[in-house]
Design a protein around this ligand. Sequence first.
Ligand code: F6R
Length: 590
Amino acid sequence: MCGIVGYIGNQQAAPILLNALKKLEYRGYDSAGLATITDSHVCIKKDAGTLVEVNTKHQLNELPGIAGIGHVRWATHGAVTASNAHPHLDCNQEIAIVHNGIIENHQELRSRLSARHRFTSDTDTEVIAHLIEEYASTGSSLEEAVRLTSRELKGSYAIAAVSAKEPGKMVAARKDSPLVAGIANGGNFVASDCLSFLEQTDRIIYVEDGECVILTGDKVSLFDNDGHEIKRTPSKASWKVDEATKQGYDFFMMKEILEQPQAIRHALMQDRTLMMEMALEILRARQVLFTACGTSRHAALIGRYVFSRLSSKFCDVVMASELGYFSDSVDKNTLVIAVSQSGETADVMNGVKKAKENGATIFSLVNVVGSSLARMSDRVAYLNCGPEIGVAATKSFTAQLTILYLLAYTMINRFDQGVGQLNAVSDLIADNLQHNGLEVPKIANRMSRKNDFYYIARGINFATAGEGALKLKEIAYVHAEGMPAGELKHGTLALITEGTPVVAICPGDYTFDETLSNIAETKARGARVIGVSDRQEPAFDEWIEIPEVDEIFYPLVSIIPLQLFAYHSAVARNLDPDKPRNLAKSVTVK
Ligand code: F6R
């Protein structure tokens, strides 16, 4: 959802910013731009297109100056055009800003400002540049102008601003959008994500809501809303530079799919006491609600079955964007378990904030250490799966499941048994990946002309159907629906005709016989069935083999070949699985 970065130091800023933006492209890739300050004026280049395309056309890396800001865009307000790309400037082209978030009152501000200011874009962001200009024109310093501007903004923002009149500094501020400062030798950074500057430094300072940060070449200072300085000790980033590289793979998504056996083992490295305390509170809570979006919600749906089947604890799952509408039923007796890879998803943050206001206790399962969700939770279990850069979530899903299994085992006082069983499953997944790494691409190629897929499963496997379908939709742009197999005959069966692909997750567990009956119903209408199972059945036209495991673990072993299937379906259609159209990782807008 847009990535911002700023650098000020003793080296040329543009190549450093460009390199940083490459690491932020997972947040948006429809436009890109840079602005630097040199000889007391702003140099700017920006355009629609990916970072590589914009750089090839405009040589962003050649912009002069030792201070600058950069942006990769995921459009919210205004089409994907050069004028809507960031940075945005004030009327005098002396102030440049980049922004991640949404300014909800931009119309009102634009109407107020438009008599005196010339707008050149359709974005919500541009009002920020003109507001800063207004305050600066009455004598405010850049930091004062940013602070006064922030007070007028409704919505969410992480902003970085530079001014030709104050070339030795940069000012950044945040509310409800991530922002982190980095302290390096010979220069300082501010960015949406520390991955962008990890090559230069792992010394970071998280900027909190309502705070403003002033950077010079040798100092990073934090201030609250009233301009009082805050002292905060820098922390050490938990990720390493090489974890965020493709390491020889064509796409991050493939690297991350293959990392899953290791992701399970790393997710198992949980503090036993923390797990026991969390498990106890879950068991004691009068009401437990999972909340999450997208893939993380599918993990929560599986967690719900696991908690019920293993620990007899009934929980509900509420889509994060809908949680606020259940406020009447959320109170101090409610335990909310928020599941999120990024820990920055606006829908999750919004739902959790409302639940917290109502007195609920918040647990979270998060990958990004120090993320907003982690910081506002009463207890956090980290996924430990390393940075996930591919827009489609893969290894974070298996890591989330692993912790949910572990919590369920801990609830029945069998933590060690849980660790042992999950380690064994991770070995089986490693073997199965080798087998399916060869077989699944062949099936994906054979199905590459099909446009509508139906994924069906029952019980604990039902959310795997939803997740498999989501993967295919988002990266291969193929219409797919995931549903409980029993639900098919209540309407959707009307869409099954000769050759319609039906992906049936049908492991040899308590769902096997009934799912097989539903498969027969689709075959009777001409469906072409891709069976995901540890048993080869005559009803399967294609068989994706998975290992035999204890019944609760089938979601873990079934989803991985379905991720592979989506990946190879995208590649077979000449699509870039790391950069699906219209999407971005870390959805920081509501
Ligand atoms: C799909 C995908 C999204 C995310 C969703 C929540 O592959 O990645 O559906 O799962 O946007 O993101 P997090 O987990 O960061 O809250």
